[in-house]
Structure formats: structure tokens, C-alpha cells
Design a protein around this ligand. Structure first.
Ligand code: NOJ
Ligand code: CA
Length: 713
């Protein structure tokens, strides 16, 4: 057998080993904690399996592809060639959670020919990192396969048992669900519970879930399944066979039921299995970024700017003003009409607030015509992205913002009509360049046009990347709402700062909201693929403040909203509440002013999915640290040593914590702010209220501060 012939060569190189007498190869991670085993059965079928410190993570699982044109089942193969290599390098992201990233893996590449007689050639590429395994399929250039259609991908993930899982229903169109936490055997994606309230939902199988999928095994392993570098291919849902605890891939179809139209050479996205016995390692993993291509955006570091923004935004969500000119389009339905939010005077108010507080961006939604009938119509031409309402003076605001050193952030809601957006794109981005806009927030609420296509299918995946590259050409940064879930492409397109692609804070304004554990789950699920525009920073927690008949509320305390700026990583962070709500509490707003959005280093100090997350990050190019600690519905106490601080420095710690009687439901806005001197040996006591959190800024102490503040005890 070919595997056996090659072994001597690979063994010499020290990269692979024989595991058994049968035809199998093993590849260890550089630190030997993770082992990949690839095995070929007598009929030519290929299986892969993964262990962590000797414990099974993925049991022998199938690989393959089903093509519909030409009609070929690629599942049993002859092995033509085996290659392996080892890479250990480091690289600098344009922005990120740390300024340097290590990329250290061993690779195995199998070159295969279909055994069923088609002659089609396929490669499977595995990379084994210290934090997990990635694999992808490659269709090399070949005479027998030029254009082809994928019917389904046959990747399987056979798990070892009935793991505890954090999941949302499989869906072709939306990821704006609350998370379910259940054993795998209890997965029921048929709806109900935290189902999303506003989006086109495309349910297809009650045993299907989306990735990133987070699991914990009975013997303490944390396993995360997702994908990396989703380019020109549909997103992958996972369908569970409950008798074997095996997931198989289910790609999002197009309008006629096909999955992907491809041309060789082509490489699929990577399937990722991140594993550790420590939950904190899952959050620290950079494997998905490492599996993406380096930046394709020239000079990105010169013009891509991580930043904070405020916006004419929350006021529409809480029903205080409207997106449309006539005053009837609000997030939370009002009985009577309200003012149009995006009027020149109101936008100036936000610009003033941003300028005064060092906030770079002001998002303005509802500035352009079309909002009267944008929602739920499945209409092709709703917006043109260049025509303002009569009360929004583009030129005057351009000058006003420039004079104050602030940038207005463009809003392009497409109402799902990607065809219309594609027609307007060039004109719309030119308009932005001419009027001083450096960033755009896009949106895809509702059913997609081309009709029958889905948010997560190949057509739309290509669309989002077209937006990323066309904006890059014009030096525009992007924040995409309602796109496909991210897969680390922000490495390749650093101008694509953030995405929503999950259930954001806005749901707390007008729906059953996000349960208190939501933000402790997101880092382990949605954020594994990339930064989220979660829109934290809500200070007026209960919507009855705006309208006494309302019972909706944010399901956190006020200081948990502050801690989210650290625990919910994004280079674009909104200070989402209204300026007047911040002006009433400038002491607490100080943390939002101070907190960085780009980092030299990040320390995941403690974490458990669904329970708590504690992270400290060092501001890029500075000696300041920021720490965020959040809990679910349970009160929790921690003692955290500040050993990440410089050993020879004293710092002023400003602690923004829940008041002793705070509670997300009963008393959410009660907080205490204290200042102390701390150092690397300090044991900081964190007391989090139910649904609560603590935010801490740590800044090297000046001489006079050493006298002013007491030592923390
Ligand atoms: C949904 C987005 O998530 C939200 O931020 C935006 O305000 C509305 N769509 C309107 O575009
Ligand atoms: Ca949304």
C-alpha cells in the first residue's frame, strides 16, 4: 500500500508515525497534545480521528464530496501521494487581540483519485496545531474536472458521547437566536424558546445546528466545531445523528437546491476542531485566523482604524424616534408617530457628544429615502443609498463633522435586496468618498433577492466578500449586519472590522431579549469566527423608562454593559445608548471613553461557557490594561491576581462594579466606582451581582496619584 511505502520517508522527517499495523498515519501537534489519525479502509474509504492527551475527541469519521455535475460520489479513493511539512512562524495582524500571532502546525496532504471510475482527483489537507485540527478539500486543476457542482460535502464529526452543547438551530438565513444549552440528545431545532423574532427563518431539520458549536464532554474536554476562510462556498450547518452522536455537514443550498458551483483549482473552507481541557484555551485560540490568508488589502495599517462610535440608532430601537421621514418606522412599535431621528440638528448633537468624548464615529441610520416600506416586502428596489431625506443635510453635516474631527458612519440597509445593492455599490461608495464617510454599516434584514437565495448560501457569501473588496479599494471600513457567520476573513480583509451575525443587544429593546447567560456564551460560539458588533453600553436598562407600558429590558446590570467592552472583542465598539443617558452618568461613561479597541495582548483569565468570562487586555502601544468580568444569572465571586501587570510598576485601578444590592432584574443600574493603587501581586476581589459584571481600568500611577489613592486591600 502507498501509505506504507511513504512512511519511511515521512518517519525520517519525524512528521508522521505509524499508529497501527493497518494502513494508517498519525500526525501529532507540535507539543504532542493533539493527535490526528488518518486511516484507509479496505474499500478505499478515508477516515480521520482526533485525540487530545490520549482522550478521543473525534472518533473515526468519514470524509468526501458528492458532486451532482458530473454525478460522482467521491468517497473511496486510491492514494497517489502523501506530503507533509511543519511550519512555525509568527505574523502581525493589522489590528487584533494581540500584536503578534504564532502559527505553529504540522501538515499532512493526501492526493487522491476517485476509485469509482470517474478519475476525479481530490486532495485532503490536514493541519494539526497545539489548539486543534483543521482540514479542507482541494480540487486540483485536472483534465476530467473543470466546472462542477457540489451536491453535498460528506465531512463527519463522530463525537464520543452525549456532550453538553451550546447551540442554535440550523438555519439558512439567520443566526439571531438565543442559545440553547442542552445535551446533544436533547437538541431540537424545530423552533420555540428563544427563536428569533424578526428575521426570515429557514428551518430545515430538527437535528441541525449552526457553527460555531461549543461542547463540553463529561470528562472535561471543551470542543469547538466551526470553519475558517469561507470563500466562494456555502456555510456549513451540522446535522446530528442522535444514535451515534455523529454530526455530518449540510451546506446551505441555493435557489434550485445545489450547494456550490465551482471551477478547479478550488480549495474549500477549513473544517475546524478546537479542543482543550481548559475553557480559557478555546477563547485564546488563534487557529481560525491562522487558517485564513494574509491581508489582501494594501496599506491597510495606514487607513484602517479600530474605533468607537455613537449613533442615531438606539433611539429608533427604543421607539423615541423613527427611521423614516413620516415617523412610523420604529424598533419597538409606538401607538403614535415620533420624530424622524436622522435630522441635521439631532445628528449634530451626536457629533458634539462624540467630539467632546474622543469618540471617532457617529453612525446615522434612517438618513436616506426608502424606509417607509423597507420591511418584509421582498421588494427589489427599496433604497438607492445616495438620496437623503429633506431634513438630513449631507454637505452641512460633512463640514460640521470635519470641523469637529469626527467621521459620520454610513448606513446601507439593503432590506435583503443584494441585487439592488450590487447595482448601486459603485455609486454609493463614490458618494461616501466624496462626502467624508470612512466606514459603512451594511444590513440584510428580510428575505434575500435574488429570490430563493439564502443569507448563508454561496451567492451571498460571494456578495459579502465583494463588498469587502470593493470597499477596500475605496479605503472604506465595513460593519456587516445580518451576514453569514464570520470565519476569520478579517485577517484577509482587515477593513471588514466587524459583523453582527448573532443576536445583538438590540433584541433587549423590543423582544424577549437576551438571557443573562447570552454574553457568556457568545465568546465560545459566534466570536470564535471574528469580532461582533454587539452594541454594548446601555445604561438605561428598562424600556419602561421610555414608555411605562413596556416590560422589555436589557438582561444585565449597568456595569456588566461596561465589562462587555473587554469580554466581547471587536475593533469597532459602539457606545450604544443615548448621549443624554451618558451625560447623566459621566462617572460610569468614563470607562467607555477610556477603554481601548486595539490590543497588544489579551489574557483569558477565567471562563466557563454559559457561566462567566474574565479577560484582561493591554491597550496597543500603551501600558494601560483593561479588565472585564461577567457572569450569567448567578452572583459569583472571584479572587484575581493581577500578575499580568508589569512587576515593577504601581497602577491606579478604577473599579466599576455592581453595588452590593444590584441585580439585573430588580436593581440593574446600581453601581459603585472606586480607585485604588494596585500592582502585579494584588489579589483583586470581584463580586458580580446576578446578571452582573465588573470593569476595571489599570493605568500606571503618576507621582501625585501614589499619594492620592490608597493601596488595595
Ligand atoms: C437590524 C440591525 O441589526 C440594526 O442594527 C439596524 O438598526 C436595523 N436592522 C435597521 O437597519
Ligand atoms: Ca440584526
Amino acid at each position: 500500500m502507498f501509505i506504507k511505502r511513504l512512511l519511511s520517508v515521512l518517519l525520517l522527517a519525524g512528521l508522521v508515525q505509524t499508529a497501527h499495523a493497518d494502513a494508517s498515519l498519525t500526525v501529532n501537534s507540535p507539543d504532542n497534545t493533539i493527535q490526528l489519525r488518518v486511516q484507509q479502509l479496505a474499500d478505499g474509504t478515508l477516515m480521520y480521528a482526533v485525540t487530545y492527551k490520549g482522550k478521543a475527541v473525534v472518533m473515526p469519521s468519514g470524509l468526501g464530496m458528492q458532486l451532482t455535475n458530473p454525478k460522482v460520489l467521491l468517497q473511496s479513493f486510491s492514494i497517489d501521494h502523501i506530503d507533509s511539512l511543519q511550519t512555525n512562524e509568527s505574523w502581525k495582524p493589522v489590528w487584533g487581540e494581540q500584536s503578534m500571532i504564532q502559527n505553529n502546525y504540522r501538515q499532512l496532504q493526501l492526493s487522491l483519485t476517485d476509485k469509482s471510475g470517474s478519475g476525479v482527483r481530490l486532495q485532503v489537507l490536514f493541519r494539526v496545531f497545539n489548539d486543534g485540527v483543521g482540514f479542507r478539500y482541494i480540487f486540483p486543476q485536472q483534465p476530467k474536472l473543470n466546472h462542477f457542482i457540489i451536491g453535498e460535502e460528506l465531512s463527519a464529526f463522530a463525537l464520543t458521547g452525549d456532550h453538553n452543547a451550546f447551540w442554535i438551530p440550523g438555519d439558512y438565513d439567520t443566526n439571531e437566536y438565543g442559545y440553547y444549552n442542552s445535551a446533544l440528545s436533547k437538541v431540537d431545532a424545530s423552533g420555540g424558546g428563544f427563536a428569533q423574532e424578526i428575521h426570515a427563518k429557514t428551518f430545515f431539520d430538527k437535528n441541525a445546528v449552526q457553527t460555531p458549536l461549543m461542547m463540553k464532554t463529561a470528562d472535561g474536554l471543551y470542543i469547538n466545531l466551526h470553519e475558517a476562510a469561507l470563500v466562494n462556498y456555502p456555510a456549513m450547518n451540522l446535522v446530528l445523528n442522535k444514535s451515534s452522536y455523529t454530526f455530518t455537514s449540510h451546506l446551505v443550498p441555493d435557489a434550485v437546491g445545489n450547494k456550490a458551483y465551482l471551477q478547479a483549482p478550488f480549495a474549500t473552507p477549513w473544517r475546524t476542531i478546537i479542543v482543550s481541557d481548559k475553557a480559557t484555551d478555546i477563547l485564546a485560540s488563534k487557529m481560525i485566523l491562522n487558517l485564513n490568508e494574509p491581508s489582501k488589502v494594501p496599506d491597510a495599517e495606514k487607513w484602517v482604524k479600530p474605533q468607537k462610535m455613537v449613533g442615531v440608532w438606539w433611539e429608533m430601537h427604543v421607539g423615541k424616534s423613527s427611521w423614516d421621514y413620516s415617523g412610523s418606522q420604529v424598533g419597538s412599535q409606538q401607538a403614535s408617530k415620533v420624530p424622524h431621528g436622522a435630522n441635521t440638528a439631532n445628528v449634530k448633537r451626536y457629533i458634539d457628544f462624540a467630539a467632546k468624548n474622543g469618540i471617532e464615529g457617529v453612525l446615522v441610520e434612517g438618513w436616506n429615502t426608502g424606509w417607509e416600506d423597507w420591511f418584509g416586502q421582498w421588494k427589489e428596489d427599496v433604497f438607492d443609498f445616495v438620496t437623503p431625506y429633506p431634513d438630513f443635510d449631507v454637505n452641512e453635516l460633512q463640514q460640521y463633522a470635519a470641523a469637529k474631527g469626527v467621521k459620520i458612519i454610513m448606513h446601507h440597509e439593503t432590506s435583503g435586496s443584494a441585487t439592488n445593492y450590487e447595482r448601486w455599490m459603485d455609486t454609493a461608495y463614490k458618494f461616501m468618498n466624496e462626502h467624508g464617510y470612512a466606514a459603512v454599516k451594511t444590513g440584510y434584514v428580510g428575505r434575500i433577492i435574488p429570490r430563493g437565495e439564502h443569507h448563508d448560501g454561496q451567492w451571498m457569501v460571494r456578495h459579502y466578500l465583494r463588498v469587502a473588496s470593493k470597499t477596500a479599494e475605496r479605503h472604506i471600513m465595513v460593519d456587516a449586519h445580518e451576514p453569514v457567520r464570520p470565519t476569520g476573513l478579517h485577517r484577509t480583509y482587515p477593513n471588514w472590522l466587524a459583523s453582527e451575525a448573532a443576536r445583538g443587544n438590540e433584541f433587549n429593546a423590543w423582544s424577549s431579549g437576551n438571557q443573562p447567560d447570552h454574553e457568556t456564551i457568545l465568546p465560545f460560539t459566534r466570536l470564535m469566527g471574528g469580532p461582533m458588533d454587539y452594541t454594548p453600553g446601555i445604561f438605561k436598562i428598562k424600556m419602561s423608562y421610555y414608555n411605562p407600558t413596556k416590560t422589555e429590558q436589557v438582561h444585565t446590570t449597568l456595569t456588566k454593559q461596561l465589562a462587555l467592552y473587554v469580554t466581547m472583542y471587536s475593533p469597532l465598539q459602539m457606545a450604544a445608548d443615548l448621549p443624554e443617558n451618558y451625560e447623566a452618568r459621566m462617572d460610569a461613561f468614563q470607562f467607555i471613553k477610556d477603554v481601548a479597541v486595539d490590543w497588544d495582548d489579551s489574557k483569558i483569565l477565567a471562563a466557563e461557557p454559559g457561566d462567566y468570562v474574565i479577560i484582561a487586555r493591554k491597550a496597543k502601544g500603551k501600558n494601560d490594561w483593561f479588565m472585564g468580568a461577567i457572569t450569567d444569572e448567578n452572583a459569583r465571586s472571584f479572587t484575581q491576581v493581577l500578575s499580568f501587570l508589569d512587576a515593577d510598576k504601581k497602577y491606579v485601578a478604577t473599579i466599576y462594579r455592581d453595588a452590593d444590592n444590584a441585580h439585573w432584574k430588580d436593581n440593574p443600574e446600581a453601581y459603585v466606582i472606586e480607585k485604588f493603587l494596585v500592582d502585579a501581586k494584588t489579589l483583586l476581589k470581584l463580586k458580580l451581582a446576578p446578571g452582573g459584571g465588573t470593569a476595571v481600568s489599570l493605568v500606571p500611577a503618576k507621582a501625585e496619584e501614589l499619594k492620592l489613592y490608597k493601596k488595595y486591600k
